[in-house]
Ligand binder design. Structure first.
Ligand SMILES: [Zn+2]
Length: 393
């Protein structure tokens, strides 16, 4: 018998009925801005929002075990449909009991649709109304992902939150190109909804429309008419100026129904998370904490530090003074720099532990600030810390 990786579950979730399906509840709304505190319930437990969802592309958050993720208070992870479809194959995972059992993770899993990876990774790609044909980046084999297939894969994986197939509109794109892309994504979203066969998990629609307010509004109206369990903002953080990203995100978030989760995909710098929370976003995912950890970039209150810098060669201090994470309690910057320069595997583990701890603590403090009605003050303090201290880059 397999054991659940986490001894502790959220207290409220322990009271939930066994077969309760997806729901979202707003616990508290900020009076200062659009920030809100919420709770997503899934068959695999609850997620307190605003939440940051670490990326576990290949059914693993690189370098960490599920027990370590639980210890770091990770509530939900994102797994990648494109990668798991190609290797080891969703059928294999399905026959082995589903993704939760396969990877020994009993908390919620969100799976993306695979569309973004098809567009960014595959060698050959042909988009049509039917779906997207592509050649695997692993072995060159040819595949066709349709909206129906994407939902079927995610249902076999046993995802708690499934995403519709969409086309991530590149930036910059003309109004005409963006409209064509948006219409394609809307048509695919409708087919995703119609092809569902498992009702216990949830399905989110993804609003595209590039940087055009009229298209974003059109996308929101079309998707809400189809009706989804939550809504994501796609096509952001794709090269546009930050001010434009925040402006379009704020506009789109304001149009989405307040009673459902609002998820901004692929955004992960702490200052962006704070601004998007202020605008009403509930969920985020990004590779930044894990990928940057493996590149030697560590997040601290003042910004980031690059552990390979020579100034840390004999630095006996922790990554961040006062940080209670395992890495900071036991290891100096000098040791972490040594491990990183020597390309030792432990460097990737220790750096990732610190960065995930930083992001989880940051989101927990954000939620507490909203709950206590001092989110605006929390934001001011965050920016003050950034401007007072030096940042490596
Ligand atoms: Zn730390």
């Amino acid at each position: 018998m397999r054991h659940a990786p986490c001894a502790m579950r959220h207290a409220l979730c322990a009271m939930r009925p066994k077969q309760m399906s997806f729901s979202f509840e707003i616990i508290h709304k900020s009076e200062e801005n659009h920030a809100r505190l919420g709770k997503i319930r899934t068959l695999h437990g609850c997620v307190e929002t605003p939440a940051f969802v670490p990326v576990g592309t290949q059914a693993t958050v690189k370098a960490l075990t599920p027990e370590e993720l639980c210890g770091l208070r990770v509530q939900m992870i994102l797994a990648n449909t494109y990668h798991l479809y190609l290797r080891p194959g969703h059928d294999v995972i399905g026959r082995l009991g589903g993704l939760h059992r396969f990877m020994h993770w009993d908390r919620p899993i969100l799976t993306d649709s695979g569309g973004y990876q098809v567009f960014s990774l595959s060698r050959f790609m042909e988009i049509s109304d039917r779906g997207v044909a592509f050649q695997s980046h692993i072995d060159g084999s040819r595949h066709l992902l349709t909206p129906e297939k994407v939902v079927q894969i995610q249902e076999i994986l046993g995802s708690d939150i499934m995403m519709c197939l969409d086309e991530c509109t590149p930036y910059p794109a003309s109004h005409t190109e963006s409209q064509r892309s948006l219409d394609l994504s809307i048509g695919w979203a409708r087919r995703c909804k119609e092809s569902r066969s498992v009702q216990d998990c949830s399905l989110f629609g993804i609003v595209q429309g590039s940087m055009f307010e009229d298209l974003r509004a059109y996308g929101v109206e079309a998707l809400t008419n189809i009706g989804f369990d939550g809504y994501a903002l796609g096509g952001l953080s794709v090269g546009e100026p930050k001010e434009l990203m925040l402006s379009i995100a704020g506009f789109t978030l304001s149009l989405l129904p307040d009673s459902l989760p609002k998820y901004v995909m692929g955004v992960g710098h702490p200052e962006d998370l704070l601004e998007l929370v202020s605008l009403g976003a509930d969920m985020f995912d990004c590779v930044i904490p894990t990928r940057n950890a493996r590149n030697g970039q560590l997040f601290v209150r003042s910004g980031t530090l690059n552990i390979c810098n020579a100034c840390y060669r004999e630095d006996e201090g922790p990554v961040e003074a006062g940080c209670p994470c395992y890495t900071c309690r036991h290891y100096s910057r000098a040791y972490l720099r040594h491990l990183f320069m020597a390309k030792e595997l432990l460097a990737y583990r220790l750096n990732t532990i610190h960065n995930i701890h930083f992001f989880m603590t940051f989101m927990k403090e954000t939620r507490e600030a909203i709950r206590q009605g001092r989110f605006a003050l929390f934001k001011r303090d965050f920016y003050a810390q950034r401007s007072n201290l030096s940042i490596d880059d």
